[in-house]
Design a protein around this ligand. Structure first.
Ligand code: MV4
Length: 446
């Protein structure tokens, strides 16, 4: 087992990783910017090291400072959490060159899945259903027109280095293709320094369904079912559920069997999530995330698994020790991401939290680094808490969500708690009847 783990992150996920380490008996090192000197992840760590000034590029993305912090504290492994350095292949290589273990996949798999064209081609060749589209990068407008004609309009032009919604343009007709093509290429070049793009048939009202997997270093791969992450605004997820209200157990089992077989064949290791669009009863792979995700707790609740503990065990070389038939799905879980934002305009609301009361009771979990007196800094992501509820049925989970949202008190700054309170009362949400466009319309309608 590791002697000491450095957690290269902040906020609730740094606490989440500390908790897994503590249960395994492993001491932790927190790193922090000068803006986070009084943050809860620093207060609760066994040791902490300041790694730079507030901007993330100078602190949480400061690789030399993070490697130095590991060296001076004697850490032998680094957990990246999500965001920051979690999917940065050169970082993984530097960690390993320093004789440390990166708690995550290999740099080669991170690189493969970061190239969306390569990821899709690999999955297609392994028998995973993918969205209809070009099989490689599309090189010029003539080829784009050819591909689009074959697919039929509307089509979506995507940046190969993109993902998470950045660098996408819809073309609804041949007349729109030229403009969409040029804008997509220019945006991809500006945002990623890489203008490789590919084209897909545009699905007009899909759900976003993702499958959680774990793979050990011995070729064992298991899945933990799906999460429905369709409720998002501007590519920021707002509420996630496990399982999806739209899927049957048979669909879950079939999709899980397909993805675990595929990942076993490429020798994938550690945690991963495969993203699919689901429309008209069909799944289509779009991307794979090679990290622990924000919304992992809903999976933990329904599968009774500690995914962070499993990531750490896998990174030491331990075998999973269980198979697919040992994983049972029990009840339903829902997560609300509470952010320090105005619930109507979504303008960030950093500032002092004067009072804080988290809900509790049966089936309620709050992952947060907030405390009364804490000042939410303006430099980082605005998520301040995740409220996760679990109950035997989806209706039961919604009931627990309603009462825990009413209990939740964050005083001193505006938060998105009122938005979540409105969502739980909505009839379409309660019926599980929504696509990826539902929340944008709900917010616009006020
Ligand atoms: C799509 C799509 C429709 N058709 N691909 C957005 C994020 C990135 N991961 C992929 N995305 C989409 N790809 C095809 N062929 C619609 C989206 C999309 C979306 C996907 C998941 C969750 C929210 C979304 C919001 C807008 C668009």
């Amino acid at each position: 087992m590791f002697q000491k783990i450095l957690i290269a992150n902040r906020g609730e996920i740094a606490l989440r990783i500390q908790r897994a380490c503590r249960e395994l008996g492993i001491p932790t090192v927190a790193v922090h910017s000068t803006a986070d000197a009084t943050a809860m992840h620093v207060r609760l760590a066994d040791e902490s090291v300041c790694i730079g000034p507030p901007p993330a590029r100078d602190s949480y993305l400061n690789v030399p400072a993070i490697l130095s912090a590991a060296s001076i504290t004697g850490a032998d492994a680094i957990h990246p959490g999500y965001g920051f350095l979690a999917e940065n292949a050169p970082f993984v290589e530097m960690v390993e060159a320093h004789g440390l273990t990166f708690i995550g996949p290999s740099s080669a798999h991170i690189r493969m899945m970061g190239d969306k064209i390569a990821a899709k081609a690999a999955m297609a060749s392994l028998g995973v259903p993918v969205v209809a589209g070009s099989e490689a990068a599309v090189v010029d407008l003539d080829e784009a027109a050819q591909v689009a004609k074959t697919l039929g309009y509307p089509v979506l032009i995507k940046a190969s280095a993109g993902g998470g919604g950045r660098g996408m343009k819809v073309a609804g007709s041949p007349e729109e293709l030229d403009m969409a093509w040029r804008v997509a290429r220019a945006e991809a070049r500006a945002a990623f320094g890489n203008d490789a793009v590919y084209i897909e048939k545009y699905l007009d009202r899909p759900r976003h369904i993702e499958v959680q997997i774990l793979a050990d270093a011995h070729g064992n791969v298991v899945h933990f079912g799906e999460r429905d992450c369709s409720l998002q605004r501007r590519h920021q997820k707002v509420l996630e559920e496990a399982g999806s209200p739209a899927l049957t157990a048979a669909e879950r089992d079939a999709l899980g069997a397909t993805v675990t077989a595929a990942l076993a064949r490429i020798g994938y290791r550690n945690a991963g999530t495969l993203e699919f669009l689901y429309q008209d009863g069909r799944f289509a792979f779009i991307e794979m995330n090679t990290r622990l995700q924000v919304e992992h707790p809903v999976t933990e609740m329904v599968c009774d698994v500690d995914l962070v503990r499993e990531q750490i065990r896998i990174a030491t070389g331990e075998a999973l020790g269980y198979g697919q038939s040992d994983i049972a799905f029990s009840g339903h879980a829902i997560e609300c991401r509470i952010t320090a934002e105005d619930p109507e305009t979504f303008v960030p609301t950093p500032g002092r939290v004067t009072a804080f009361h988290a809900p509790g009771g049966p089936g309620v979990r709050v992952d947060s680094a907030l405390y009364a007196g804490y000042v939410v800094p303006p430099y980082y992501d605005s998520m301040i808490a995740k409220l996760i509820v679990h109950a035997p049925t989806r209706a039961g989970a919604i009931g627990r969500l309603r009462r825990s949202l009413a209990e939740f008190a964050v005083v001193g700054i505006k938060t998105t708690l009122p938005l979540h309170q409105r969502i739980v009362e909505d009839a379409s949400f309660q019926a599980g009847d929504y696509s990826i466009h539902w929340l944008e319309r709900f917010v616009a309608a006020g």
